[in-house]
Design a protein around this ligand. Structure first.
Ligand code: FCB
Length: 481
């Protein structure tokens, strides 16, 4: 049964969305996934250059060396965004372009050529009437910092804050919204736990130290940006999970609570409440004593947050593992013999029911509503933004060159309706960014997975809007606030 028939695609724009005045419609990308030009204008190596150039780490041996060549084609890409009627664009800034000589001890000299690229991009966006949201860290850590220990080390958080302050000072006059970190869960659990992301380490104690230093990096960076630009909107983007127990049995419910703690609360609580969840500190006691948390750190992390970015793709179902048979862990983030999850050897992540996207991720838009409504319930007054949502499908280029991606349209429509349901239930959601503008380098999967609403031919770099791009344009037109 095809996905189209199971989730009833329609190419009509959704009618009757309940969205607030001024709701922003955008698209998102990230530096390493689209820019290419890996050695241009003084950029140095990031952990993703090293990882992708290590045989066996990325599908097909793909790297971000060229990617979408956006570094050289940004003008064309902004023109495309304008044509598609986008109101906002979320992109990320590559730290190794800005301070290429950074070490654990200091930022080193500023690379004017690197800054200049983003300066030109910002001008181009503003000229096109598109509001920029800049993510400061979307996973391309300068390799020198990883060589000094990476996110498990405190110095990485300190250097990150200095870099954030520098970007705010030099480019912040044109950046309306800053997102400090993108999905610190992936940076810590996939980068240091399962090793399917750069830097590819498999050490659960390092995962927890990385979690803390990412949280600290966020807090310090937020303060540094605010010192330079008191008027800036400052956010953090999390890949929150809608975690459900497979049954209501107490052991399954307890498993879901622990995974919720490890995925959601270990970031939300310090940032929004100034504390770590005690159940998680206790559950992970055999992995780490958490002595990396120093006096005063939680106050530094607990900065005012103007907006919480929520990335949502797929739900999570867990159950207690009874020790019989092989433990199941279908988490959809790439094959590894190591689990990303500290202290979860007694929990299983069973394969979930279809339909699936090309990532093998189960499609269930209810998770979007649940997460947004929960954030509103637990953190009233916190403004929300969907900073990523989208789907990979095996797109087929028709004989006439068109890409009729009705499965992606159905996915987007259902999830945007789910956002609208959350708004109707009171959640203050301010905007929605589709992932992604362009097909791009999908981390461990290389170029094998296509998330774009615009198709990229990697041989010619030709961009072709898919049917979903036109659908999204019509939706934005019909609902633009
Ligand atoms: C998110 C990442 C983004 C992209 C999508 C599919 O986890 O933030 O870069 O890879 O998944």
């Amino acid at each position: 049964m095809s996905i189209q028939t199971t989730i009833s695609a329609t190419t009509q724009p959704s009618a009757g969305l309940h969205l607030p005045e001024g709701f922003l419609w955008g698209a998102a990308t990230a530096s390493y996934q689209i820019e290419g030009a890996a050695a241009a204008d003084g950029r140095t190596t990031s952990i993703w250059d090293t990882f992708s150039h290590t045989p066996g780490k990325v599908q097909g041996g793909d790297t971000g060396d060229v990617a979408d060549d956006h570094y050289n084609r940004y003008r064309e890409d902004v023109a495309l965004m304008k044509e598609l009627g986008l109101q906002a664009y979320r992109f990320s800034i590559a730290w190794p372009r800005i301070t290429p000589q950074v070490t654990a001890h200091g930022l080193g000299p500023v690379n004017e050529a690197g800054l200049d690229f983003y300066s030109r991009l910002l001008d181009e966006l503003l000229e096109a009437g598109i509001s920029p949201a800049a993510t400061l860290y979307h996973w391309d850590l300068p390799q020198a910092l990883e060589d000094a220990g990476g996110w498990p080390e405190r110095a990485t958080a300190e250097r990150f804050a200095e870099y954030a302050g520098l970007v705010a000072a030099r480019l912040g006059d044109r950046i309306g919204t800053f997102i400090t970190l993108n999905e610190p869960w992936c940076s810590s659990y996939l980068g240091y736990g399962s090793g399917v992301h750069a830097p590819g380490r498999t050490d659960h104690a390092a995962v927890l130290a990385a979690v803390h230093h990412l949280n600290l990096g966020h807090g310090l960076a937020a303060a540094a940006i605010r010192a330079e630009r008191p008027e800036a909107t400052i956010g953090l983007t999390l890949n929150l999970a809608w975690v459900r127990p497979q049954t209501e049995a107490p052991a399954d419910v307890a498993a879901a609570e622990r995974v919720d703690g490890l995925q959601n609360r270990v970031f939300l609580d310090p940032v929004l409440r100034g504390s770590y969840p005690q159940d998680i500190v206790e559950a992970t006691a055999s992995v780490s004593d958490w002595s990396f948390v120093k006096d005063g750190d939680l106050d530094l992390i607990h900065q005012p947050l103007d907006v919480l970015g929520v990335n949502y793709y797929s739900p999570t179902v867990v159950r207690a593992y009874d020790g019989v048979g092989e433990r199941e862990e279908a988490d959809g983030h790439g094959a590894s013999s190591a689990s990303p999850w500290p202290a979860c050897g007694d929990i299983e992540f069973p394969q979930q029911p279809g339909p699936y996207t090309d990532m093998g991720w189960s499609i269930d838009a209810r998770g979007m509503t649940e997460l947004l409504v929960r954030m509103h319930r637990e953190h009233p007054g916190l403004e929300l933004m969907v900073t990523e949502n989208g789907a990979a499908f095996p797109d087929v280029v028709g004989p006439d060159g068109t890409i009729d991606d009705t499965d992606r349209i159905a996915y987007l429509r259902d999830h945007i309706e789910a956002v609208s349901d959350a708004v109707a239930a009171g959640a203050p959601v301010r905007g929605y960014y589709v992932w992604s503008l362009l097909d791009n380098f999908e981390w461990g999967y290389g170029y094998s997975k296509r998330f774009g609403v615009v198709h990229v031919d990697y041989d010619t770099q030709q961009r072709t809007p898919k049917a979903s791009a036109r659908w999204y344009r019509d939706l934005v037109r019909a609902h633009a606030g």
